[in-house]
Design a protein around this ligand. Structure first.
Ligand code: ATP
Length: 196
């Protein structure tokens, strides 16, 4: 089974493109969504997170995101600790999911691939890029955020140029229609590659 990663900076439009390919029949695994779901449902993760962050890690039987975000903001080493608990569980969940898929290739959406040196886990990587101003504009519309917060995240991620160099395919999502057309062309190319 061919594994295609789709990545891109915050607000680049990776989810939008991934959903379009999913609608064309490509099975889609969204790593962040699965991580969030597992943090709520896995008893092992809950026990380990509670041991590190304390009882406030969960509130009303749900992961207490606000509390965790504050803890991680105050102590950056907490993020690595949380990832060390959550990532292996997501990886094994993904493996089980992968076994059940019947398609020429699957798409895995992950905000961070290159930053963590995980590119070898993929046969091909699609990077979605868009102009910074457009990304900020879209995120301001989508989220309850502000320009400073968005810029802080963008500046903390790898620049597009560095990701593009290491990608098999790049989609420029300044205009939605042309980005979706590009995605369809890439889809056809990967289908061809997978039939070889
Ligand atoms: P994040 O990293 O925050 O998850 P993302 O890269 O997955 O973001 P999307 O959620 O797909 O990005 O897009 C961000 C917002 O911009 C969404 O509200 C989406 O509907 C909108 N959007 C995406 N592409 C375009 C486009 N070409 N034109 C206008 N709006 C767009």
């Amino acid at each position: 089974m061919i594994i295609v990663g789709i990545t891109g900076g915050i607000g680049s439009g990776k989810t939008t493109i991934a959903k379009h390919l999913n609608a064309l029949g490509v099975p889609l695994y969204v790593a962040d969504d699965e991580a969030k779901a597992l943090m709520n449902r896995s008893k092992v993760i809950r026990r380990k997170l509670t041991a590190i962050f304390g009882e406030n890690a969960y509130k009303n039987d749900e992961l207490n995101r606000t509390f965790l975000a504050k803890k991680i903001f105050a102590d950056k080493s907490m993020l690595a600790k949380m990832n060390a608990i959550v990532h292996p569980k997501v990886a094994s969940h993904f493996k089980r999911w992968l076994k059940k898929q019947k398609a020429p290739y699957i798409l895995k959406e992950a905000a961070i691939i290159f930053e963590n040196g995980l590119q070898d886990n993929y046969d091909y990587i699609i990077t979605v890029v868009a102009d910074k101003d457009l990304r900020i504009e879209r995120l301001l519309k989508r989220d309850n955020s502000n320009k400073e917060k968005i810029l802080a995240i963008i500046n903390n991620q790898w620049p597009d140029s560095k990701k593009m160099e290491q990608s098999d395919f790049v989609i420029t999502n300044n205009n939605l229609n042309s980005a979706l057309l590009d995605a369809e062309k890439i889809h056809q190319k990967i289908l061809k590659l997978s039939s070889k």
